[in-house]
Write a protein that binds this ligand. Structure first.
Ligand code: NDP
Ligand SMILES: O=C(O)C1=N[C@H](C(=O)O)C[C@H](O)C1
Length: 234
Protein backbone atom coordinates (compact mmCIF):
# COMPACT_ATOMS: atom_id res chain seq x y z
CA UNK A 1 0.00 0.00 0.00
CA UNK A 2 1.32 3.47 -0.91
CA UNK A 3 0.91 5.90 1.99
CA UNK A 4 1.09 9.71 2.04
CA UNK A 5 2.08 11.08 5.45
CA UNK A 6 0.55 14.52 6.00
CA UNK A 7 2.62 15.66 8.98
CA UNK A 8 6.06 14.25 9.61
CA UNK A 9 6.66 15.12 13.25
CA UNK A 10 6.67 12.91 16.36
CA UNK A 11 3.71 10.82 15.15
CA UNK A 12 4.54 10.87 11.43
CA UNK A 13 7.94 9.31 12.12
CA UNK A 14 6.55 6.48 14.31
CA UNK A 15 3.82 5.81 11.71
CA UNK A 16 6.49 5.60 8.99
CA UNK A 17 8.44 2.99 11.01
CA UNK A 18 5.36 0.83 11.60
CA UNK A 19 4.09 1.21 8.02
CA UNK A 20 7.46 0.09 6.61
CA UNK A 21 7.53 -2.88 9.04
CA UNK A 22 4.09 -3.88 7.70
CA UNK A 23 5.37 -3.81 4.09
CA UNK A 24 3.95 -0.45 3.00
CA UNK A 25 5.65 2.29 1.01
CA UNK A 26 5.75 5.99 1.89
CA UNK A 27 5.18 8.18 -1.18
CA UNK A 28 4.93 11.58 0.54
CA UNK A 29 6.22 13.03 3.83
CA UNK A 30 4.56 16.45 4.08
CA UNK A 31 5.65 19.06 6.61
CA UNK A 32 4.68 22.74 6.93
CA UNK A 33 7.04 23.83 4.14
CA UNK A 34 6.59 21.08 1.52
CA UNK A 35 3.93 20.60 -1.19
CA UNK A 36 1.38 17.84 -1.87
CA UNK A 37 3.48 16.44 -4.73
CA UNK A 38 3.21 12.64 -4.56
CA UNK A 39 -0.27 12.60 -2.97
CA UNK A 40 -1.77 11.61 -6.33
CA UNK A 41 0.26 8.34 -6.19
CA UNK A 42 -1.03 7.35 -2.73
CA UNK A 43 -3.60 4.63 -1.97
CA UNK A 44 -4.32 6.34 1.35
CA UNK A 45 -3.20 9.37 3.36
CA UNK A 46 -2.57 9.58 7.10
CA UNK A 47 -2.79 13.08 8.60
CA UNK A 48 -1.05 13.78 11.92
CA UNK A 49 -0.23 17.46 11.47
CA UNK A 50 -1.43 20.53 13.37
CA UNK A 51 -4.93 21.86 14.18
CA UNK A 52 -4.64 24.70 11.63
CA UNK A 53 -3.65 22.46 8.72
CA UNK A 54 -5.92 19.41 9.14
CA UNK A 55 -8.93 20.82 7.24
CA UNK A 56 -6.81 21.91 4.27
CA UNK A 57 -5.07 18.52 4.17
CA UNK A 58 -8.35 16.59 4.32
CA UNK A 59 -9.86 18.73 1.52
CA UNK A 60 -6.77 18.14 -0.62
CA UNK A 61 -7.21 14.37 -0.16
CA UNK A 62 -10.89 14.51 -1.21
CA UNK A 63 -9.92 16.62 -4.25
CA UNK A 64 -7.19 14.11 -5.19
CA UNK A 65 -9.54 11.14 -4.60
CA UNK A 66 -7.30 9.68 -1.87
CA UNK A 67 -9.01 8.24 1.26
CA UNK A 68 -7.74 9.89 4.43
CA UNK A 69 -7.21 8.80 8.04
CA UNK A 70 -6.97 11.86 10.28
CA UNK A 71 -5.54 11.74 13.81
CA UNK A 72 -4.91 15.46 14.15
CA UNK A 73 -6.88 16.98 17.02
CA UNK A 74 -8.04 20.52 17.75
CA UNK A 75 -10.06 21.20 14.56
CA UNK A 76 -13.35 19.48 15.49
CA UNK A 77 -15.52 22.58 14.91
CA UNK A 78 -15.12 21.73 11.18
CA UNK A 79 -15.88 17.99 11.53
CA UNK A 80 -19.47 18.15 10.18
CA UNK A 81 -18.30 20.23 7.22
CA UNK A 82 -15.66 17.54 6.41
CA UNK A 83 -18.30 14.79 6.68
CA UNK A 84 -20.56 16.62 4.18
CA UNK A 85 -17.62 17.27 1.86
CA UNK A 86 -16.60 13.61 1.99
CA UNK A 87 -20.12 12.55 1.07
CA UNK A 88 -20.41 15.08 -1.77
CA UNK A 89 -16.99 14.11 -3.19
CA UNK A 90 -17.63 10.37 -2.68
CA UNK A 91 -14.45 10.10 -0.61
CA UNK A 92 -13.23 7.91 2.24
CA UNK A 93 -12.64 9.43 5.68
CA UNK A 94 -11.84 8.32 9.23
CA UNK A 95 -11.23 10.80 12.06
CA UNK A 96 -10.11 9.36 15.39
CA UNK A 97 -9.17 11.41 18.43
CA UNK A 98 -7.16 8.37 19.53
CA UNK A 99 -6.21 5.39 17.35
CA UNK A 100 -4.84 3.12 20.08
CA UNK A 101 -6.70 -0.13 20.72
CA UNK A 102 -6.50 0.47 24.48
CA UNK A 103 -8.19 3.87 24.31
CA UNK A 104 -10.92 2.59 22.00
CA UNK A 105 -11.73 -0.10 24.59
CA UNK A 106 -11.51 2.62 27.26
CA UNK A 107 -14.13 4.64 25.30
CA UNK A 108 -16.55 1.68 25.52
CA UNK A 109 -15.83 1.23 29.25
CA UNK A 110 -16.42 4.96 29.80
CA UNK A 111 -19.82 4.80 28.03
CA UNK A 112 -20.85 1.78 30.09
CA UNK A 113 -19.75 3.36 33.37
CA UNK A 114 -21.49 6.66 32.54
CA UNK A 115 -24.75 4.80 31.88
CA UNK A 116 -24.44 2.90 35.18
CA UNK A 117 -23.67 6.09 37.15
CA UNK A 118 -26.37 8.25 35.53
CA UNK A 119 -28.96 7.65 38.28
CA UNK A 120 -26.48 7.84 41.16
CA UNK A 121 -26.66 11.56 41.83
CA UNK A 122 -24.35 11.36 44.88
CA UNK A 123 -21.41 10.98 42.43
CA UNK A 124 -19.94 13.92 40.51
CA UNK A 125 -17.91 13.19 37.39
CA UNK A 126 -14.67 14.92 36.42
CA UNK A 127 -11.74 14.19 34.10
CA UNK A 128 -7.98 14.71 33.87
CA UNK A 129 -5.75 14.56 30.80
CA UNK A 130 -1.96 14.84 30.90
CA UNK A 131 0.20 15.42 27.81
CA UNK A 132 3.68 16.63 26.84
CA UNK A 133 4.35 20.36 26.80
CA UNK A 134 4.48 20.68 22.97
CA UNK A 135 0.77 19.86 22.63
CA UNK A 136 -1.06 22.72 20.84
CA UNK A 137 -4.67 21.96 21.85
CA UNK A 138 -6.48 21.61 25.19
CA UNK A 139 -8.37 19.66 26.23
CA UNK A 140 -7.08 16.71 24.22
CA UNK A 141 -9.23 15.23 21.45
CA UNK A 142 -9.44 12.04 23.51
CA UNK A 143 -10.77 13.95 26.53
CA UNK A 144 -13.41 15.56 24.30
CA UNK A 145 -14.45 12.09 23.02
CA UNK A 146 -14.65 10.79 26.61
CA UNK A 147 -16.76 13.81 27.64
CA UNK A 148 -19.06 13.22 24.64
CA UNK A 149 -19.49 9.59 25.75
CA UNK A 150 -20.49 10.72 29.25
CA UNK A 151 -22.86 13.42 27.92
CA UNK A 152 -24.62 10.89 25.66
CA UNK A 153 -25.20 8.57 28.63
CA UNK A 154 -26.07 11.01 31.45
CA UNK A 155 -27.62 14.39 32.31
CA UNK A 156 -24.34 16.27 31.81
CA UNK A 157 -24.67 18.77 28.96
CA UNK A 158 -21.12 19.95 28.13
CA UNK A 159 -17.56 20.20 29.43
CA UNK A 160 -15.46 23.07 30.77
CA UNK A 161 -11.75 23.56 31.46
CA UNK A 162 -12.50 26.07 34.25
CA UNK A 163 -15.38 26.96 36.57
CA UNK A 164 -17.77 24.17 35.53
CA UNK A 165 -21.48 24.65 36.26
CA UNK A 166 -23.57 21.87 37.86
CA UNK A 167 -24.25 20.18 34.48
CA UNK A 168 -20.74 20.55 33.08
CA UNK A 169 -17.92 18.01 33.23
CA UNK A 170 -14.71 19.58 34.54
CA UNK A 171 -11.65 18.60 32.44
CA UNK A 172 -8.30 19.33 34.05
CA UNK A 173 -5.72 19.57 31.21
CA UNK A 174 -2.16 19.22 32.52
CA UNK A 175 1.05 19.63 30.50
CA UNK A 176 4.13 17.75 31.78
CA UNK A 177 7.38 17.13 29.89
CA UNK A 178 7.47 13.90 27.78
CA UNK A 179 4.06 12.44 28.75
CA UNK A 180 2.63 10.67 25.62
CA UNK A 181 -1.00 10.78 26.86
CA UNK A 182 -2.82 9.88 30.10
CA UNK A 183 -6.60 10.11 30.57
CA UNK A 184 -8.62 9.56 33.76
CA UNK A 185 -12.33 9.74 34.51
CA UNK A 186 -13.35 10.15 38.17
CA UNK A 187 -16.67 9.71 39.94
CA UNK A 188 -16.48 11.31 43.40
CA UNK A 189 -18.91 11.02 46.29
CA UNK A 190 -18.40 12.09 49.90
CA UNK A 191 -17.47 8.50 50.85
CA UNK A 192 -15.42 7.20 47.90
CA UNK A 193 -14.01 7.63 44.40
CA UNK A 194 -14.22 5.47 41.28
CA UNK A 195 -11.44 6.05 38.74
CA UNK A 196 -10.86 4.62 35.26
CA UNK A 197 -7.54 5.48 33.64
CA UNK A 198 -5.64 4.88 30.41
CA UNK A 199 -1.88 5.52 30.27
CA UNK A 200 0.00 5.43 26.97
CA UNK A 201 3.62 4.34 27.57
CA UNK A 202 4.73 5.59 24.14
CA UNK A 203 3.30 6.61 20.71
CA UNK A 204 3.42 3.14 19.09
CA UNK A 205 -0.18 2.25 19.96
CA UNK A 206 -1.54 5.42 18.31
CA UNK A 207 0.64 4.85 15.24
CA UNK A 208 -0.22 1.16 14.80
CA UNK A 209 -3.94 1.94 15.11
CA UNK A 210 -3.70 4.60 12.41
CA UNK A 211 -1.91 2.23 10.01
CA UNK A 212 -4.52 -0.49 10.67
CA UNK A 213 -7.24 2.12 9.99
CA UNK A 214 -5.52 3.08 6.73
CA UNK A 215 -5.28 -0.57 5.62
CA UNK A 216 -9.01 -0.95 6.40
CA UNK A 217 -10.06 2.28 4.60
CA UNK A 218 -8.34 1.62 1.24
CA UNK A 219 -10.97 1.13 -1.49
CA UNK A 220 -13.85 2.10 0.86
CA UNK A 221 -16.13 5.12 0.36
CA UNK A 222 -17.85 6.89 3.24
CA UNK A 223 -17.25 8.27 6.70
CA UNK A 224 -16.14 5.81 9.38
CA UNK A 225 -14.72 5.68 12.91
CA UNK A 226 -12.30 3.42 14.78
CA UNK A 227 -15.34 1.60 16.11
CA UNK A 228 -16.03 0.40 12.55
CA UNK A 229 -12.38 -0.53 12.00
CA UNK A 230 -12.13 -2.52 15.24
CA UNK A 231 -15.64 -3.95 14.82
CA UNK A 232 -16.56 -2.93 18.37
CA UNK A 233 -20.29 -2.67 17.48
CA UNK A 234 -22.62 0.33 17.97
N1 NDP B 1 -5.43 10.50 17.15
C1 NDP B 1 -4.37 10.00 17.79
O1 NDP B 1 -4.28 8.79 18.10
C2 NDP B 1 -3.24 10.94 18.10
C3 NDP B 1 -3.32 12.22 17.71
N2 NDP B 1 -2.25 13.07 17.85
C4 NDP B 1 -2.40 14.37 17.25
O2 NDP B 1 -1.63 14.37 16.04
C5 NDP B 1 -1.15 15.67 15.76
C6 NDP B 1 0.35 15.61 15.52
O3 NDP B 1 1.01 15.23 16.70
P1 NDP B 1 2.61 15.18 16.77
O4 NDP B 1 3.15 14.34 15.68
O5 NDP B 1 2.93 14.87 18.17
O6 NDP B 1 2.96 16.72 16.46
P2 NDP B 1 4.34 17.33 15.94
O7 NDP B 1 4.30 18.78 16.31
O8 NDP B 1 5.48 16.51 16.39
O9 NDP B 1 4.23 17.19 14.35
C7 NDP B 1 3.36 17.96 13.58
C8 NDP B 1 3.84 17.90 12.15
O10 NDP B 1 2.87 18.55 11.32
C9 NDP B 1 3.59 19.28 10.36
N3 NDP B 1 2.79 20.29 9.68
C10 NDP B 1 2.59 21.59 10.02
N4 NDP B 1 1.80 22.17 9.09
C11 NDP B 1 1.53 21.21 8.16
C12 NDP B 1 0.80 21.19 6.96
N5 NDP B 1 0.19 22.29 6.48
N6 NDP B 1 0.72 20.03 6.26
C13 NDP B 1 1.34 18.91 6.70
N7 NDP B 1 2.06 18.90 7.82
C14 NDP B 1 2.16 20.03 8.54
C15 NDP B 1 4.78 19.83 11.11
O11 NDP B 1 5.74 20.26 10.17
P3 NDP B 1 6.99 21.23 10.56
O12 NDP B 1 7.93 20.31 11.26
O13 NDP B 1 7.46 21.73 9.25
O14 NDP B 1 6.40 22.29 11.46
C16 NDP B 1 5.17 18.60 11.90
O15 NDP B 1 5.97 17.76 11.12
C17 NDP B 1 -1.61 16.53 16.93
O16 NDP B 1 -2.81 17.18 16.59
C18 NDP B 1 -1.89 15.53 18.05
O17 NDP B 1 -2.85 15.98 18.97
C19 NDP B 1 -1.11 12.66 18.45
C20 NDP B 1 -0.98 11.38 18.90
C21 NDP B 1 -2.05 10.42 18.78
O1 LIG C 1 -1.00 15.41 21.13
C1 LIG C 1 -0.81 14.24 21.49
O2 LIG C 1 0.33 13.80 21.75
C2 LIG C 1 -1.96 13.34 21.60
N1 LIG C 1 -3.10 13.74 21.11
C3 LIG C 1 -4.30 13.02 21.06
C4 LIG C 1 -5.40 13.76 21.78
O3 LIG C 1 -5.46 15.00 21.69
O4 LIG C 1 -6.23 13.12 22.41
C5 LIG C 1 -4.17 11.58 21.42
C6 LIG C 1 -3.09 11.24 22.39
O5 LIG C 1 -3.57 11.41 23.69
C7 LIG C 1 -1.80 11.98 22.17
Amino acid sequence: MKIALLGYGKMGKVIEKIALERGHEIVLRKSSTSTYEGLENADVAIDFSIPDSAVCNIKQCFDTNVPVVCGTTGWLEHYNEMVSLCESKNGGFIYGSNFSLGVNIFFELNNYLAKMMSNLKQYKVSMEEIHHTQKLDAPSGTAISLAKGIIENSDYTSWALENPTENQIHIDAKRIENVPGTHSVFYDSTVDQIEIKHTAHNREGFALGSVIAAEWLVNKKGVFTMKDVLNLGR
